[in-house]
Design a protein around this ligand. Structure first.
Ligand SMILES: NC(=O)c1ccc[n+]([C@@H]2O[C@H](COP(=O)([O-])OP(=O)(O)OC[C@H]3O[C@@H](n4cnc5c(N)ncnc54)[C@H](OP(=O)(O)O)[C@@H]3O)[C@@H](O)[C@H]2O)c1
Length: 280
């Protein structure tokens, strides 16, 4: 498979535009082997970014990532997240230490604030700066931050280090295109699209099926290719079924035409006014 394109982050690190999600992993002992196998399969096929969080399976998803990565740590770009209730100056550092233990590694490539809470953003940023200085994280970013939160973030010291905003973005959730996405673009902050196939709910839509049929592609590939055609947008579909891992990866080779894009705009109209950021 050709190398996956990358986005250059403030640290100079190259972040792949395609990765593997892990939400709902680590919640069942019965599914664990399949989850490890799915991540290993993705890695074997050349996907090196894995998105996880301390929240997922209460740290068990991070442990699954560690098991899947094994001795290949240097090839892998790991994203993890601190829970808002842990996001104080000291709490963030402690949460990161726990994640490093679960992940069985000495650094996290990209560490995100999972969503906003009452903890002042400045405190979390101070912790991110300390963790960066200590070499425990390479880059930091945010998740689920809407336009007002991003505006506030921009006023804080060190905000220009923000590497991504990871948000809900797919054909049925286009609200960010109105203001959040243009604002992130203006500040050079890439969007990492989570739930890019709307947790599977998107896949029965006739428009996706029709366009897919024209290209010999699946509905999932159309949904992912629609996101991937955009500059500075990364996707992190989650799949525990090996066939799904393969199916999704083929999206990297799918080029949608102008007609396809127009048909998708008709089926899933872009926003005409500001709407609050949706969250799953
Ligand atoms: N920052 C945040 O607040 C936040 C929130 C949500 C998600 N995320 C991250 O984003 C990742 C992706 O989002 P998500 O897990 O919510 O949803 P998603 O990736 O949109 O969808 C995952 C679901 O779709 C199924 N699936 C995957 N590929 C498929 C295919 N080709 N054909 C048919 N079904 C397919 C999977 O089934 P199988 O597992 O059976 O293959 C799974 O049930 C998460 O895992 C997590 O890492 C972050």
């Amino acid at each position: 498979m050709p190398a996956i394109p990358t986005i250059t982050l403030p640290s100079g690190a190259a972040m792949p535009v395609y990765g593997l999600g892990t939400w709902r992993m680590g919640e069942s002992a019965k599914r664990r082997a399949d989850e490890v196998a799915a991540l290993r399969h993705g890695l074997a096929r050349g996907v090196t970014l894995i998105d996880t969080a301390e929240m997922y399976g209460d740290g068990e998803a991070e442990a699954i990532v560690a098991e899947a990565v094994g001795g290949r740590r240097d090839e892998v770009f790991i994203v993890s997240k601190v829970l808002p209730e842990n996001a104080s100056r000291r709490g963030t550092v402690a949460a990161c230490e726990r994640s490093l233990k679960h992940l069985r590694t000495d650094r996290i490539d990209l560490y995100l604030l999972h969503w906003r809470s009452a903890v002042p953003l400045g405190e979390t940023l101070e912790a991110f700066a300390a963790l960066t200085a200590a070499g425990k994280i390479r880059d930091w970013g945010v998740s689920n931050l809407d336009i007002d939160d991003m505006r506030e973030l921009a006023t804080l010291p060190g905000a220009d280090g923000c590497a991504v905003n990871q948000v809900l973005y797919n054909l049925t959730r286009r609200g960010i295109e109105f203001d959040l996405m243009p604002s992130c673009r203006q500040h050079g902050i890439p969007i990492m699209a989570y739930s890019p196939i709307e947790q599977g709910r998107l896949l029965g839509h006739p428009a996706l099926r029709e366009i897919g049929a024209r290209h010999g592609a699946s509905a999932a590939q159309v949904a992912l290719a629609w996101l991937l055609r955009q500059d500075k947008v990364a996707v992190i579909p989650k799949a525990t079924t090996l066939a799904h891992v393969d199916d999704n990866l083929a999206a990297l080779d799918l080029r949608l035409t102008e007609d396809d894009i127009a048909a998708l705009d008709k089926a899933f109209p872009p926003p005409r006014k500001a709407v609050p950021l949706e969250i799953l």
